[in-house]
Structure formats: C-alpha cells, structure tokens
Design a protein around this ligand. Structure first.
Ligand SMILES: NC(=O)c1ccc[n+]([C@@H]2O[C@H](COP(=O)([O-])OP(=O)(O)OC[C@H]3O[C@@H](n4cnc5c(N)ncnc54)[C@H](O)[C@@H]3O)[C@@H](O)[C@H]2O)c1
Length: 273
C-alpha cells in the first residue's frame, strides 16, 4: 500500500472511546482502532476485562486506558468522558458497543408473544437504545459538537433490519438504533459530527453464546439454522469488524459518509429466510 493510501486509515490524531470495549466485539474494535494509531479508552462496568484488553493493546504497541462507566448513567458517562479527555485528549471517535439481548426477553420456540414481560422488554430497550445510543451520543456529542469534529459509530445489528424470530425486543430495539442513528446523522451533518452504524451478523459473544452454541462447542439448533442461512456458512470472527470501524472512524477515509449502516454478516441479509 502506498503512503498516501495508508494515511487514509491513520488515526494517530484521534482519541477513541469504546463503550462496552469490555465485551467481545467492542474489545476487538478497540484493538483495531489502536492498531490504526488511535489512543483508545475502554469504558465499561467490568474493570478486570477492561484492563485485560488495555494490556493486549499495549502489548501490541498501542495506547489505551480503562475507565469505569455505566452506559445507562449520564453522570457516569460525563465523568468518564472528562477523565479520558484529560488523559488522552478530546474524544473524536465514539464506538457505542454496550448492548445485547437478554434471556428473559427471548421467546422460547413456539411460545406466546402475549406473555412477554414488560420488564424484559424495557431492559432490552434501555440497554440497546438508551444506553447504546441516546446517552452516549448526548454526552460525547456535546464535546464533539463544540470542536466540530467527531465520528460516532453505533453498533446496531442485522436483527434491526429484519425482525428475527424469538428475539423480538432485541430486534425492535436495534431497529430503533438504526433510526436514531439516521436522525442524529441529519441533525449534526453540518456540524462536523458524522453518525453511522455497523450491523454485525452473528458473532458468538457473551450475551448470545448460549443461544448459538452448546457447552461442548457444537451449534445449538438455532445456531445450525443461522449457519444454514449464512452464505459464508460460518459465524463471524470479532476481528472482522475492524475494517468497518477504522474506515468509519477515519475522517480522511469516510469524511462524506454519514447516516449509513455497514452490514458485516457473511451475506446473511442477502438471502431470503
Ligand atoms: N455478537 C453478535 O453476534 C452481535 C450481533 C449483532 C450486534 N451485536 C451487538 O454488538 C454489541 C457488542 O456485543 P457483544 O456481542 O460483543 O456482547 P458482549 O456481551 O461480549 O459485550 C457487551 C459488553 O457491554 C457491556 N455492558 C452491558 N451493559 C453495560 C452498561 N450499562 N454500561 C457499560 N457497559 C455495559 C457488557 O458488560 C459487555 O462487556 C452489542 O450492541 C450487541 O447488541 C452483537
């Protein structure tokens, strides 16, 4: 690759925050951003996992820190934002990756939609929409707007594009994530802040592993069905989200891109189900 091409994906002027970088996909995206030169802050509730990811990044020559934060608590996000800015410089990239399904909001096979509890529904909407987009965008958007510079990347899901069976609350919440992403993109388009989404297909992680895989590593029935509908006939690997996140983070590479949803799913959405 020529030097000119390399600089398209050079994030050495950027400080990136990954909320939920304690998790499988957020952690992998944090590593990709750091490998592209960004100073990376991992925000989340689990210090042990956050610190472990920081150590991996540092071992690979990157710069990273962990700061505790709850995506559902505005004050905690503000406190983390200010601490990160003081240590690594003002935040120019936000990856909002706290989210996931909840077992109580998953309908058993053939079960009745009318029995889905309000509490389970609210839990999934709170985490994915309020903690996954609204509060982080408000808190980090505030300082990005003041500097007229920022790229916000919300982690939606392929489930937000089509209503997947059984995970009804999660699908509906992620559809709302995509809608709010486009709203914010339009709202801030002339103010230097771009807002996009990445929609992963199926990647085994903490929050969905039991749905996809048995304890012995074999696929569950649902896992088998998903693989059967995925043209690439496999689940995704977390590092396969790295290219999309670095591209969207980079002003040089995607400076005229906002309001988009980048799907990384092995072709799942391209097939009829
Ligand atoms: N794994 C997949 O197949 C898949 C597919 C599509 C979308 N996604 C989305 O990717 C994102 C990352 O999920 P993952 O699959 O890596 O799951 P994960 O469970 O490994 O990671 C999620 C992380 O978010 C953290 N978190 C949860 N609530 C939080 C809160 N209130 N404040 C701060 N951190 C909080 C968790 O502790 C965890 O570390 C989620 O938005 C998920 O919906 C995942």
């Amino acid at each position: 690759m020529s030097a000119a091409n390399c600089s398209l994906f050079d994030l050495s002027e950027d400080t990136a925050v990954v909320i939920g970088g304690t998790g499988v996909l957020g952690g992998a995206m944090a590593e990709a951003l750091a490998a592209a030169g960004a100073r990376v802050a991992i925000l989340g509730r689990n210090a042990e996992r956050g610190q472990a990811r920081v150590q991996r990044i540092e071992k690979n020559g990157g710069t990273a820190m962990f700061h505790a934060a709850d995506a559902l608590d505005r004050d905690s996000l503000r406190e983390a934002r200010d601490a990160v800015s003081a240590t690594l410089g003002p935040v120019s990239v936000l990856v909002s990756a706290a989210g996931g399904n909840h077992p109580d909001a998953t309908l058993p096979p053939g079960s009745d939609f009318c029995g889905l509890s309000r509490e389970a529904w609210d839990t999934v909407f709170d985490l994915n929409l309020t903690g996954g987009v609204l509060l982080p965008a408000q808190v980090f958007g505030e300082t990005m707007l003041a500097r007229q510079r920022g790229s916000i990347i919300n982690i939606a899901s392929m489930a937000g594009m089509i209503p997947l069976s059984r995970v009804v609350a999660y699908s509906a919440a992620k559809a709302a994530v995509l809608n709010l992403t486009r709203f914010l993109a339009r709202e801030w388009a002339t103010q230097g802040v771009r807002v996009n989404a990445i929609s992963p297909g199926f990647f085994p992680a903490e929050q969905n592993r039991a749905l996809l895989m048995n304890d012995d590593g074999s696929y569950t029935e649902r896992g088998e069905q998903i693989i059967g509908h995925t043209p690439m006939a496999r689940f995704g690997r977390p590092e396969e989200l790295g290219g999309a996140v670095v591209w969207l983070a980079s002003r040089a590479a995607s400076g005229f891109v906002t309001g988009q949803n980048i799907v990384v799913d092995g072709g799942f959405i391209s097939t009829t189900i």
